[in-house]
Design a protein around this ligand. Sequence first.
Ligand SMILES: Cc1cc2nc3c(=O)[nH]c(=O)nc-3n(C[C@H](O)[C@H](O)[C@H](O)COP(=O)(O)OP(=O)(O)OC[C@H]3O[C@@H](n4cnc5c(N)ncnc54)[C@H](O)[C@@H]3O)c2cc1C
Length: 504
Amino acid sequence: MMNRIVARNFGSNVYRLRIPWRPFSNDAASNLSSSNAGNPANEGEGQQYDIAIVGGGMVGLALACSLASRPLTKHLNVAIIDSNPALGRKHFIKKEDLPDPRVSTVTPATISFFKDIGAWQYVEQHRHAYFDKMQVWDYTGLGYTKYNARDANKEVLGCVVENKVLLSSLLSCVQDTDLQKKIYPSRLTSMSILPNSSSLEEDSTASETALFTYGRLAKLELEDGHSVYAKLVVGADGGKSRVRELAGFRTTGWNYSQNAIICTVEHAVENHCAWQRFLPAGPIALLPIGDKFSNIVWTMNPKESSEFKSMSEDDFLKAVNHALDYGYGPHPTSSLLGNTDIFSWFKGDITMSARDCFEVPPNVAKLASERMVFPLSLRHASDYASKRVVLIGDAAHTVHPLAGQGVNLGFGDASILSSIISEGIAVGTDIGEVSLLKKYEADRKPANVMMMAVLDGFQKAYSVDFGPLNILRAAAFHGAHYISPLKKSIISYASGEHRLPLFS
Ligand SMILES: Cc1cc2nc3c(=O)[nH]c(=O)nc-3n(C[C@H](O)[C@H](O)[C@H](O)COP(=O)(O)OP(=O)(O)OC[C@H]3O[C@@H](n4cnc5c(N)ncnc54)[C@H](O)[C@@H]3O)c2cc1C
């Protein structure tokens, strides 16, 4: 009965939107992309879509998959605009390839989201590494924390996946759905949105130009000369978002005077744990990536990063092993102040991992990829939504990678935005209406801002070498190591469950 009501509402709502419906098949799309490249005149005035997703990165494609997985949004007509050539190929991963240095640690919440939208089955066909243990410590030797998924009744703490595997999985997922989509292998150059005019008569045959003139569609101009019209433009175009700039959204933030150097390394044995050590200039993380490979994400000042990028492979490996072992300071002991364990009063309720001793990460034997350097910044858009425009992923927020949360926040945005669009369709709202899009902003902004504040706080707390602060940091390590409710809260917050870290 319920299904029938929804189906009836959906039918009448499509009619009420009064926007001509012109689906495009996949084949037509790819033919058009290749045969008309550089010859937009063949396309007439421009093509019309329900949604134009600008940026076919991990977050933009996750939105497309999420829309394709919902009963009320799976029939939408979607344009994906991105010049990344990988989007033009169905299978761009070869089994024999060594792991790409660009990886993401995805949280259990992201894994559930991928399962819901049908994308995880594609990830599982490629290399990926679940991990259920993590060790965090710092160079002072004053403390360490061990996390185990079982501390919070979970099976895993996360999974490390190459970005190209995530992208290719999302692409396969979207290609295998009925969503009416077309990929434009180009870049957005300009965007125009006119104010709503009430003088437009309800007319299902109105041209896209008329609908644009009356404020019912946004108009996008692409670098290759194509024009695209859409009821809703989604900016999923990364940290330097052109959509954000064209829509006039202000941003706040700063550049950290830090770069991250990343690469793939090989061990003699398999690594099953995620390791992170805070050094004076920034953290170094060693993340399992499957087989005998791990990924290094090492944050340091820009001068050091150019030295570490250009030094010989042998010297670099020595530096990595030094940084993950005795370099910069001693191994931590298992108590804060000598043998006096100030948390002994709390040990009635300790987690399983609180009994685990400090371990030295597996030795790194070989460099297995090029070294890449990324400058790090924090940036946040003051608004995520305005009329016919909405931002998701790094276009809305860029965070420090020290806790591997950036793209996970973006997947959270994609999930909520598709659900809000679905709600809008269910009640017959224009999906470009600002009041609808502000519901998405109201949901996501507090969660993103909280995570940004936590990560920025960590970044700052761990970049100062000052005696009393070192003791406080050690106390924090011990608190997180021994106090069971605190440890469970940290694990569940880092897993993507939207609860504040300390007060849940
Ligand atoms: C060193 C490092 C390590 C990281 N590790 C992790 C991690 O472990 N876990 C995690 O969650 N996050 C991590 N992140 C963050 C993560 O990589 C980003 O949050 C993620 O890539 C953002 O995805 P996105 O799709 O929003 O943007 P992007 O990946 O930047 O994709 C944007 C897309 O938009 C396209 N585009 C840009 N401009 C235009 C235009 N004008 N027109 C059309 N298309 C356009 C681009 O071609 C691109 O494909 C890390 C980041 C760094 C730097």
